[in-house]
Design a binder for this molecule. Structure first.
Ligand SMILES: Cc1cc2nc3c(=O)[nH]c(=O)nc-3n(C[C@H](O)[C@H](O)[C@H](O)COP(=O)(O)OP(=O)(O)OC[C@H]3O[C@@H](n4cnc5c(N)ncnc54)[C@H](O)[C@@H]3O)c2cc1C
Length: 1021
């Protein structure tokens, strides 16, 4: 145990031992003194040895690389440079590289370093030279972190490492797997690795320190797997189904590993996969007796609990497994995602908390370390480059009397080579994590490494670039003295985003914030949801109100209007807030009703309920200020004011595709602005609409103010929109019905007949019409295909394509023509990704494609498919799984998703709204051409662009003329207040549901000017 008894012999000896709390180095003053002193002693020895390693300092070279140096000096340059690096592998020609480079570096606020500026300025002649230079810089950067294109090319490097006293774990780059084809290909590569690496490694010289731990021999060959690469369905919403699909490919890999004596470590990815990965790992270990390891993350707030759970499991099940303890590589992504969803952030907010959690987890694992062969428990491998974290573990090992071979150190290829050599020199078992693979799948990994290395929070940067003093580097994790606790974004979201007014007395008095969708990666939420939808029943509602009954409703609504109009606006608003609360209480049950009545899948149904709640909360807050008189100007002697008044009786005609959200949005917008309302829901979904009315009545809305009119559209609906007493019609639905309503709502011209002249109505009806779409997503040459394929698939086939916002055309830019590489690759990946969709019963969480709304709709959609096939278009369509009893029983309503390729612009698939799971892939020769094609239809609803070229993104913002444009994301899923929704052209009258001006359509403005001057005197003067 030389390591633990050796005193530091470097300049570090002179450094004062830091306190556990803070600012500058000071002697520890707590009972932990002994531990802190030991950590300091070990750490300073480790650091001194590392800093003494002047040779082979790849990491130092890394930090001196020009690109990295500039990146660290200028954050704007760093952002643009890393974005360029991310897009680089997709750029195939010097022109494209040059264009993108100048585009990124030309962004506002970026100071371009002189050398690059000169290279750029030299113009076209030097273009290829400039692109070659930058290309070799990027490849150089990549090669620091990525050891080779495949295992064979990495093998000499692995052997060199071994000879230098460092073991390896080989990782195949690639994270996003969109299809079974890709998953199979990854699985084959892993199998190849496991079958062939051991033989190559067998010839290496013996290295006892690397080949045994305190319990006995350990495998030479160590492979790391990312489970998301092995299945296109790693979605925890259907935990069992996803696990089955994964096991299909994993088990043969693990069996081969068992037979060949290869160690397999499961990497840990995003938080959404954490519980799933742990469960999968435990099942695999139970089924196959292989050398097993799992990465666990300390940046998770659940870290210590996760560690305890893992140890208890190992001991209870008499297993010996390894855990690679890491801090975690997705901190930014987790933080961003949780805020976007309004979810609690799963990761610690401050770096010291991550570091402290790492030490606490270390202690938990060391306590569970098996002492002798045959013992169960957890062997610890430490994946960190932080000498403090490592020293703390070594001190923990020592305190428990465990030998140093009981701990393995692991570090990443291309990082902290000094530390690796120091560790090896100290007799520790050191393993390097060695990624191999192509540039494109490797980009996500590379960018993570670049960000991590240049982060101000990085211990390595502090240790080896900023040369921080040893005391600071080995300080016990604790907040810096005087520092503020991190802000909990979840708690301040409403004020931080300020998405609505916050009128006094309305709800909680705070601005609106989006209702959080369910996080189905959490087992408890899944279970609760599953139980609620199993219990849900759809109320039986007959669509049998007659035109006569509807007219009686208008009479009652007219009578109720004055009192409702004059009700205090805050009282009306609070009824909406109360309704929102009732919906929250019944939330999953409401989803269940929609799943059963409309064929919504789990996420679609949940999002529908959230949107309804959002409309209630948002409109409640937006309505009140409209009814407070607003003063215009500050003229003395004249009081100028504007105020709004309700219009009268409103008829709401709602669609079946968002049977709660849209129905609720239109209804409550009319109610909260003081109009009385008659709701005529779509004939297909009266059940959920009746529940909505019940909730609003329960919340205090009088029965004559809100009336429910389930009825056929052609008769009763037509009568309602034509009734001259109706002041407003709010309609969402098809273009043709919308146009008919607009036409019917117009009063007859007084010039048309004597009758029309003598019967001029008392008012002109207002019609709010939200109609269809023929929405396109453009895939630019620099697009991230991994993301674009998934987003297009979701936008086109989510809820069976039955959304007015759905993507029905995808326009791929390929300068080399319709058979060019981008068209070919995108079409291939998209169609393969489509094959990974599961068709079935929407009550089942794994179902992606449920039946369409009714047999009539199915017949219409099938007509489009058949005509397109007959026109000779190349296509890929799924087969319906008729062996599934639900599919067989509902065959008349099922339509399998279809993608048609190279669809010409004049084809009906490129022009007509289909409202089903049918997607046209079209070719564009340039980005401009793509915009032209995208803008052609008369519908102007949603559009999407996948591009990593800043000027193209800007151009799309200017020229892609749709109501809702989405960039680098799918084109569906608008959120209230964040993405006010609605189109123009033939997509509607330009109103924006869930937007600040939506309510203005439900009211009429009145302006009042009062002369306050009396005989030359005004009070304000
Ligand atoms: C062998 C090996 C295997 C790995 N495998 C995985 C894996 O499977 N899954 C995975 O996720 N990662 C994995 N990693 C990556 C690892 O998480 C990163 O290397 C790690 O981020 C660096 O930690 P460090 O202790 O070296 O550096 P340090 O600089 O001490 O710590 C960096 C850590 O602090 C976190 N951090 C930064 N700012 C904050 C803040 N404000 N609040 C809270 N935390 C903050 C970062 O997210 C990062 O996790 C692996 C690393 C190694 C060495």
């Amino acid at each position: 145990m030389g390591l633990f008894s050796r005193k530091p012999k470097s300049p570090a000896q002179t450094v004062v031992i830091p306190s556990s709390g803070g600012g500058g180095p000071a002697a520890p003053a707590t009972t932990n003194d002994a531990r802190e002193q030991r950590i300091f002693a070990i750490g300073s020895d480790f650091l001194a040895r590392a800093r003494g390693h002047k040779t082979s300092v790849l990491s130092a070279k890394f930090y001196s690389d020009a690109l990295m140096e500039w990146s660290m000096k200028d954050p704007n340059f760093k952002v643009q440079m890393f974005r360029f690096v991310d897009a680089y592998p997709m750029l195939k020609t010097p022109d494209a590289i040059y264009d993108h480079l100048t585009d990124y570096l030309g962004q506002e606020g970026v100071t371009v370093p002189g050398v690059i500026a000169t290279a750029i300025k030299t113009g076209a002649v030097a273009k290829s030279m400039a692109t070659a230079t930058i290309g070799s810089q990027i490849k150089g950067m990549a090669s620091k972190f990525i050891a080779g294109q495949d295992a064979a090319s990495a093998l000499p490097g692995l052997k060199q490492l071994w000879d230098d006293g460092i073991a390896s774990s080989v990782d195949l780059l690639g994270e996003t797997c969109v299809s079974d084809e890709e998953a199979d290909s990854y699985a084959a590569k892993y199998l190849d690795l496991i079958n062939n690496l051991p033989a190559a490694m067998a010839a290496w010289k013996s290295q006892p320190r690397l080949e045994s731990d305190h319990l006995g021999a350990i495998p030479r060959c160590n492979v790391s797997v990312k489970i998301s690469a092995l299945s296109a369905r790693t979605d925890p919403i259907d935990s069992e189904g996803a696990m089955r699909d994964l096991m299909k490919r994993l088990l043969p890999i693990l069996e081969a590993a068992r037979d060949k004596g290869v160690f397999v470590n499961f990497d840990m990815e995003h938080h959404a996969l954490k519980d799933f990965t742990i469960e999968l790992f435990q099942r695999c270990v139970t089924q196959v007796n292989f050398n097993a390891g799992l990465a666990m993350q300390a940046y998770l707030r659940s870290g210590v609990d996760d560690a305890k759970r893992m140890c208890e499991w190992a001991i209870r099940n008499k297993r010996k497994v390894s855990v690679r303890l890491v801090k975690g590589a997705y901190w930014d992504a987790e933080t961003i995602k949780s805020e976007l969803h309004g979810w609690p952030n799963p990761v610690w907010a401050q770096k010291w908390q991550t570091d402290r959690c790492f030490e606490q987890m270390t202690e938990v694992f060391l306590d569970a370390c098996p002492r002798k062969q045959g013992d169960s428990g957890v062997c610890l491998a430490l994946g960190s480059h932080n000498a403090r974290s490592i020293a703390a573990a070594l001190a923990g090992l020592e305190a428990r009397g465990l030998p140093q071979s009981a701990l393995e150190l692991q570090m990443l290829h291309g990082m902290a080579d000094q530390l690796k050599h120091a560790a090896a020199e100290m007799g520790l078992r050191m393993r390097e994590y060695v990624p191999v693979g192509e540039m494109i799948p490797g980009m996500a990994y590379l960018v993570r490494r670049l960000l991590e290395n240049t982060s101000n929070e990085s211990w390595l940067k502090a240790g080896f670039m900023d040369n921080a003093d040893v005391g600071a580097l080995l300080r016990s994790p604790a907040p810096k003295s005087g520092s503020q606790p991190a802000t909990d974004l979840l708690a301040i979201n409403p004020e931080r985003h300020n998405l609505s007014p916050a009128p006094k007395g309305v709800g909680n008095g705070r601005p609106f914030f989006t209702e959080a969708i369910r996080d189905f990666s959490e087992g408890a939420q899944r279970e609760k949801f599953g139980q609620a939808i199993a219990r849900a029943t759809v109320p039986k509602v007959a669509n049998e109100r007659t035109p006569e009954q509807a007219r009686e409703m208008v009479t009652r609504a007219s009578k109720a209007f004055a009192a409702w109009r004059d009700t205090d606006a805050v009282t009306r608003a609070n009824m909406l807030v109360k309704a929102a609360q009732i919906m929250r209480e019944q939330r999953d049950g409401l989803s269940g009703v929609m799943i059963r009545e409309a064929g919504k899948t789990w996420r679609e149904a949940d999002a529908d309920v959230c949107e309804a709640i959002d409309f209630l909360e948002y409109y409640a807050r937006c309505a009140v200020p409209l009814f407070q008189r607003q003063r215009l100007g500050k003229f003395v002697g004249e009081l100028d004011e504007v105020v709004y008044q309700p219009r009268g009786v409103a008829v709401v005609i709602s669609p079946w595709n968002f049977p709660l959200a849209i129905c609720c949005g239109m209804t409550v917008a009319a109610l909260v602005t003081g109009n009385t309302v008659i709701v005529k829901p779509a004939e297909q979904t009266p059940g959920i609409a009746s529940i909505m009315c019940d909730i609003l009545w329960q919340a205090g809305v009088p029965k004559d103010v809100l009336q429910f009119c389930p009825a056929p559209g052609e008769t009763t609906g037509a009568a309602l929109v034509r009734d001259p007493r109706v002041a407003l019609v709010a309609f969402t639905g098809s273009r043709d019905v919308g146009l008919d309503i607009l036409h019917a709502a117009a009063p007859a011209s007084p010039f048309s007949s004597a009758d029309a002249r003598s019967n001029v109505p008392t008012h002109i009806k207002k019609v709010i019409a939200e109609l269809g779409g023929k929405n396109a997503m453009i895939i630019d040459t620099s697009a991230d295909f991994d993301e674009a394929v998934i987003a297009v698939r979701q936008s086109a086939f989510g809820f069976q394509g039955q959304k007015c916002s759905a993507c029905s055309r995808v326009i791929v830019v390929d300068e080399q023509g319709p058979q060019g590489p981008a068209m070919t690759m995108f079409s291939r990946r998209l169609t393969e990704a489509m094959k990974a969709l599961t068709i079935g019963d929407p009550l089942h969480p794994g179902t992606d494609i449920a039946p369409v709304i009714d047999a009539e709709a199915a017949t219409k959609i099938r007509g489009f498919i058949e005509r397109a096939k007959a026109s000779g278009l190349k296509h890929v369509g799924l087969e319906l799984p008729t062996s599934n009893p639900f599919v067989a029983a509902n065959a008349s309503r099922f339509v399998a998703p279809h993608v048609f390729l190279n669809v010409p612009e004049d084809h009906e698939l490129a022009r007509e709204e289909i409202f089903g799971p049918v997607l046209a892939v079209m070719h564009a020769s340039s980005f401009e051409d793509a915009l032209r094609i995208a803008n052609t239809p008369t519908y102007k609803l949603t559009g999407g662009v996948y591009s990593r070229k800043p000027s193209h993104i800007e151009q799309a913002k200017r020229e892609f003329r749709v109501g809702n444009l989405y960039i680098n994301r799918g084109c569906t899923g608008a959120l209230v207040a964040r993405h006010p929704f609605g189109g123009f052209g033939m997509s509607g009258v330009g109103s924006k549901a869930g937007g600040a001006d939506y309510l203005l359509q439900f009211v009429e403005p009145r302006a009042i000017a009062e002369n306050t001057m009396r005989r030359g005197f005004a009070p304000e003067l």
